[in-house]
Design a protein. Structure first.
Lengths: 476, 218
């Protein structure tokens, strides 16, 4: 997928002005947020997420060991494990498998890693027909759009927009009932499943002790893709490995609850190896592609905790910025807080300057993360790195340098802030609010700023507290 | 290919501050932990498994019936089909061919399911009370597609095979299967989607209906 993360600010403003999008995003706040809270109450959330974070961290701390173990156990069952350094390598590997085995038609279950690779474009260029089968992803493929959420990819679309799209592309009478739209997609896609030579899926986890891959779906398309075509290709990141099936049980208590407010997803499918000679169904070949694609670089960096991510989407569902602008503003595969950390790490911080700043650091994301990723802290680290590399705009750097200098001159600071609050109080007038702030129009564009009332904090503090005696200071 | 593998592993090791594989002692420790299969924190199981299974299966939009013995299954299935105006021609797992389907007036074919099949009947390896979930393991006489292709999936669940949680299911798999089956599918109710306006619709790509017949006496 093309990276358009440099344009977050302009895109965000555009999205804020879109009433359809606002209506569509309302569903996040109304359904996902309370749904998660209700079903999470069945667990001791803090104890469970401590364990989940430890499982993911243990896997990352010995990542090479668990990947080699996975590879050995998978190979013992006839699975072919491929290693891809880059997204392009993934595309070449899938295309080569398709060519070698005469694949003309492929069906795909939702895979964000394949979005990283723009796999569909590569397969089409190689003359292979590929159909997305997750309802949301299918709608996007019809409309040539990227997903805007990692779990609910068409959260940005209203039912009316889907009705128009189906009527146009399917050349059928326009339906407005969501059940009827879903059935129409099912009837279009069923023959594709039966026809396909290759099923392409992601993997929510890969299990080292058994060499298995695991996918979680509600629609059943993941089961179709892993059962019906003669070749199954699972594409996943190297960070997705977990040691044991019991570790899966712990993580599966958190993943669906965090993602969709379900205590378990409809289908959890664990696949190990290829069909036996007397099996009546299942693929004859099973390929697993392990993508690095920047992950080993993240592992060496100060934001390595992001590799614990299990792609539940809770951070974006609870993010006030995502709730307002939706996923497309973020400009790449992964939106919301996890995207604001991942995208700069994958595509280079110089290509995603706004993303670590696309957050109020309110830590709602950190509070709900099922694997305890300190997202605000990671965004702050990326901001520091941008500053250190001189990537921030000149006016911002000048302003910060000026402020840093001023803050080290206590008397001057006191005098300037005392004058400042008076000026702002005067600007606030009788209403006590400032509607337009010079140099701060971005802030006052959407709200009024309350004018300061009276004195500065330092003046107030000085008037209420007598200085500490040297003895008290020693204790403090 | 091998070069890509080696370079990726080398980068990972570099990131972890090593120049080679994990030291033997560390590897032994990791393997020893894995061999014990430690479980994480679990929600309190302060319920009776069958009652909980039933409650959770209903919450997942399955329907649940109970019979005393497996010989009563065909009639119970026939009753369900009649009540819901469904055809009496069904595909069953070859593993279930020995049941007296004709007794209920059911025309059962023991073979792999195809797209035209309206009703698919399966058993299960075990069922999970915590979440109202069925676990199916694929085998030559237990194909995975039977619970997937038909619009109605009927599953027979012996009450003795209802376990508390996923951890007990894994333990049962380890004790009864020499090798893991190709497919282990956990199924919790009919297929569904909420992709359009977060509105829940049952029957996305898989079954519209999941009906569970619990056999109490086995």
């Amino acid at each position: 997928m093309q990276v358009a993360s440099m344009h977050f600010k302009s895109r965000a403003s555009e999205k804020l002005a879109d009433p359809h999008l606002r209506a569509a995003l309302d569903g996040l706040k109304r359904r996902f947020v309370p749904g998660r809270a209700a079903v999470m109450a069945e667990l001791d959330f803090e104890a469970t997420r401590d364990a989940a974070a430890a499982i993911r961290q243990r896997a990352l701390d010995h990542l090479d060991f668990f990947l080699e173990l996975f590879e050995r156990n998978a190979a013992a069952r006839g699975t072919v494990v491929h290693w891809a350094e880059t997204a392009q390598d993934v595309n070449s590997i899938v295309t080569a498998i398709a060519r070698e085995h005469g694949v003309r038609k492929a069906v795909k279950s939702k895979s964000m890693v394949s979005e990283e690779c723009a796999l569909n474009d590569a397969l089409e260029a190689a003359g292979i027909e590929v159909v997305e089968t997750d309802l949301g992803e299918y709608i996007l493929q019809l409309g040539h759009e990227p997903p805007s959420h990692i779990i609910a990819p068409v959260i940005h679309k209203t039912r009316d927009q889907v009705s128009d799209l189906f009527a146009e592309k399917h050349r059928t009478a326009r339906k407005t009932d969501i059940e009827a739209l879903t059935r129409e997609a099912r009837e279009r896609l069923r023959p594709r499943f039966l026809d396909a030579d290759m099923g392409i899926t992601g993997a929510n986890f890969i299990v080292a002790e058994t060499g298995s891959t695991l996918i979680v779906t509600n629609e059943g398309n993941g089961r179709m893709a892993t059962t019906l075509p003669r070749i199954h290709v699972a594409i996943t990141g190297i960070e997705k490995v977990v040691p044991t099936l019991e570790d899966v049980a712990t993580l599966m208590r958190l993943l669906p609850r965090s993602a969709t407010g379900q205590s378990i997803s409809n289908y959890v499918s664990v696949t190990t190896g290829t069909r036996a000679h007397d099996d009546l169904d299942g693929p004859e070949q099973f390929h697993v592609i392990l993508l690095d694609g920047g992950r080993s670089t993240i592992l060496a960096s100060e934001v390595r905790a992001i590799l614990r991510c299990i792609r539940c989407g809770a951070c974006m569902n609870h993010c006030p910025v995502y709730q307002s602008v939706g996923g497309h503003a973020y400009g790449w595969v992964y939106p919301g807080p996890m995207g604001s950390v991942l995208t700069p790490s994958y595509v280079g911080i110089e290509n995603a300057l706004d993303l670590p700043h696309a957050s109020t650091l309110c830590n709602q994301c950190g509070v709900v993360c099922p694997v305890k990723i300190p997202l605000p802290e990671l965004m702050r680290k990326l901001r520091e790195r941008q500053y250190q590399r001189g990537l921030r705009p000149r006016h911002e750097r000048t302003a910060l340098a000026l402020w840093a200098w001023l803050a080290s001159q206590p008397r001057l600071y006191a005098w300037i802030t005392a004058v400042g609050v008076k000026v702002l109080a005067w600007m606030g007038g009788k209403r006590g609010t400032i509607a337009r702030l010079p140099l701060g129009r971005g802030w006052t564009g959407g709200r009024d700023m309350p004018a300061p009332q009276g004195k500065t904090f330092r003046a107030l503090y000085a008037s209420k507290h007598t200085p500490l005696s040297p003895r008290e200071r020693g204790r403090g | 290919m091998a070069a890509a593998r080696d370079r990726i592993l080398e980068r990972i090791r570099g990131a972890l501050g090593r120049s080679g594989p994990v030291p033997a002692a560390t590897a032994d420790g990791l393997l020893a932990r894995m061999a014990q299969h430690p479980a994480g924190p679990r929600p309190a199981a302060d319920w009776q498994p069958l009652a909980r299974f039933r409650e959770r299966a209903l919450a997942a939009s399955s329907t649940v019936d109970e019979v005393e013995t497996s010989s009563a299954v065909p009639e119970a299935v026939a009753g369900y089909l009649a009540r819901n105006d469904l055809p009496r021609s069904v595909v069953v797992w070859p593993a279930l061919a020995q049941l007296d389907w004709q007794r209920g007036g059911i025309e059962a074919q023991a073979r792999k399911a195809v797209a035209a099949d309206a009703i698919g009947i399966t058993g299960c390896f075990c069922a999970i009370a915590e979440t109202g979930t069925l676990l199916q393991l694929s085998a030559p006489d237990r194909p995975a597609s039977t619970s997937l292709l038909a619009e109605t999936h009927i599953a027979i669940v012996p009450a003795t095979r209802i376990v508390i949680g996923m951890e007990e299911a894994w333990a049962l798999v380890r004790s009864e299967c020499a090798n893991l089956p190709r497919a282990m599918n956990f199924i919790s109710g009919p297929s569904r989607t909420a992709d359009i306006e977060q509105t829940l619709v049952l029957g996305a790509h898989g079954p519209y209906r999941v009906h569970i017949v619990v056999v109490r006496g086995c």
